[in-house]
Design a protein around this ligand. Structure first.
Ligand SMILES: Cc1cc2nc3c(=O)[nH]c(=O)nc-3n(C[C@H](O)[C@H](O)[C@H](O)COP(=O)(O)O)c2cc1C
Length: 293
């Protein structure tokens, strides 16, 4: 086990451990403007949403570890406390990376990275035409987290207006998670993309309370075959299932027929079959198999 004490390793190394561990991070593409009207565009993956009412986003332009200088984005925000935060998708990622170069102050990254600036409706910084989601924000507070290189500056923003491309929406006019192909930042040069191959759903347990892993019968909780994820699925039912006399399953019948003389093998077969059903999302059926054990 590698144990790290912040302060005992160089900041640049600690930074990489944090980036690798706290990942994937969504990317805020932050469009700001100086008091002279010079636009600036830069990506920030120390970013997330923190409240819906009021709608609050926070991102963090850090002091550079190398020379303790601050980002142009931050300088602009002190001059004009407004920002458009755009969502970064797979179609934009190379240009977004290009925009993160340390261009001299006053260089317009919209031009350098080849993005199209669209006038925003409520704030001065422009929106990014190529992004499917633009959020016009006012800055509520900037909270410096330190004065040394590597110190973040929390830019706390309130969303005033969101613009979402129709092409992302489903029939209910909600964002279809399969259509918005966000990219996220990890450690080093790694990114990941949201697409159908890596999306999966986990049933939301917030309307009814799950019975909990601690309530599972001991032979299930201590199963040699079931994983933590599978126990989580079983513990997420809202009441302890009872044996259903009407439950019929050909495979269960075969297991009982072939393995009734060998309890160990029978357990293995039942638990392995339950795993298969859980993988298919058939939680109640898996319970019936396990209760039959
Ligand atoms: C995907 C990505 C995410 C980044 N996230 C951050 C971040 O969270 N904080 C930060 O200070 N710099 C971050 N950077 C680096 C800045 O984008 C970079 O320093 C940029 O030059 C700042 O531009 P500016 O000085 O015009 O504001 C990131 C770069 C990339 C490519």
């Amino acid at each position: 086990m590698l144990t790290i004490e912040p302060g005992k390793i160089p900041t640049k190394d600690l930074h990489q451990f944090i980036l690798g561990a706290v990942a994937p991070r969504p990317i805020a593409f932050a469009s700001t403007i100086s008091k002279d009207g010079q636009p600036n565009l830069a990506p920030y993956s120390f970013f997330n949403a923190f409240s819906s009412n009021p709608p609050i986003l926070i991102f963090s332009p850090a002091r550079k570890v190398r020379d303790n200088s601050v980002k142009h984005t931050l300088e602009n925000l002190y001059e004009v406390p407004e920002v458009v935060i755009s969502i970064v998708t797979i179609d934009m990622v190379q240009q977004v990376s290009l925009s993160s170069c340390e261009f001299p102050k006053g260089v317009n990254e919209f031009v350098k990275a080849g993005f199209t600036a669209l006038p925003a409706t409520l704030v001065k910084p422009p929106m990014v035409k190529e992004s499917p989601v633009n959020m016009e924000c006012k800055v509520i507070e900037i909270k410096p987290l330190g004065t040394e290189g590597g110190a973040g500056n929390l830019v706390i923003c309130e969303v005033l207006r969101m613009h979402i491309d129709d092409a992302l929406l489903d029939e209910q006019r909600k964002i279809d998670q399969r259509k918005i192909k966000q990219v996220a930042r990890l450690g080093g040069d790694w990114y990941c993309v949201v697409n159908e191959q890596n999306l999966f759903q986990v049933e939301k347990p917030n309307t009814q309370i799950g019975i909990g892993v601690d309530a599972l019968p001991e032979y299930i909780r201590n199963s040699r075959w079931l994983t933590g994820n599978e126990l989580g699925q079983l513990g997420n039912v809202h009441e302890m299932p009872l044996i259903n006399p009407a439950f019929e399953d050909d495979h269960l019948k075969k297991i009982i027929q072939y393995y009734s003389l060998n309890p160990d093998e029978m357990e293995r077969e039942l638990h392995t079959y339950a795993k298969k059903l859980l993988a298919e999302g058939r939680v109640q059926d898996a319970w019936q198999i396990l209760l039959g054990a």
